[in-house]
Write a protein of this length. Structure first.
Length: 202
């Protein structure tokens, strides 16, 4: 019996419900404030903004494309994580070149940031609070957000990897159907003494 691919319905904007997406929006908002207040070099500003935007946009595309091809969705999520690490390096460079301290994990201020970032995913809150904060506070807050996002994104990728290996997406299911149909036809052709169909699938 041939398999019938099952398309699992995905609400068009379901990515908006994901914490990994909400955190990416916050990172983008914080990075925008950082750029406007402290980065004067337009090329560097565009690079940092682009990395932050790439995280968010690739999560969106990865979740949406997952409905058709889990492989494509997974690749986009991996790209999002790569952009996140690129952004992290930009912030680390800024700290180093400007001799701004990166707060230790044992610093009480770091614990305050972790708790605040863990419980606040509304970008408006950050936009309101960061207008008068020091560059040291903003960059360390951004690093905290990036660390939390990286943990969530890594777990999300692992989940999608296991889902892909188990079920595949619509594209993978259709390929399996075609392969099964082809094998069934070739069995019938073999029984009738005919040559199998030429292999055109890659």
């Amino acid at each position: 019996m041939l398999m019938t691919p099952q398309r699992r319905p995905i609400r068009q904007n379901s990515y908006e419900d994901l914490f990994v997406y909400k955190k990416a929006v916050v990172i983008s908002a914080v990075t925008d404030i950082f750029n406007k207040r402290f980065i004067k070099d337009s090329k560097l500003s565009a690079q940092i903004t682009g990395a932050a935007r790439s995280v968010k946009q690739n999560i969106v595309e990865g979740v949406i494309d997952d409905a058709g091809s889990k492989k494509t969705g997974l690749i986009l999520l991996i790209i999002a994580r790569g952009s996140l690490h690129e952004l992290k390096e930009d912030y680390k460079d800024y700290l180093m070149f400007n001799r701004i301290p990166c707060w230790e994990t044992t610093d009480p201020r770091t614990e305050q940031l972790r708790n605040f970032c863990r419980t606040n995913d509304n970008p408006t809150i950050y936009q309101d609070k960061l207008q008068t904060r020091s560059v040291e506070t903003i960059v360390n807050l951004a690093m905290t957000l990036i660390h939390q996002e990286d943990n969530m994104l890594q777990k999300f990728i692992y989940y999608k990897e296991s889902e892909f290996l188990k079920n595949g997406g619509l594209t993978e299911q259709l390929y399996a159907c075609r392969r099964e149909a082809r094998e069934a036809i070739n069995r019938m052709r073999h029984a009738a003494g005919r040559q199998p169909l030429p292999d055109t699938q890659h």
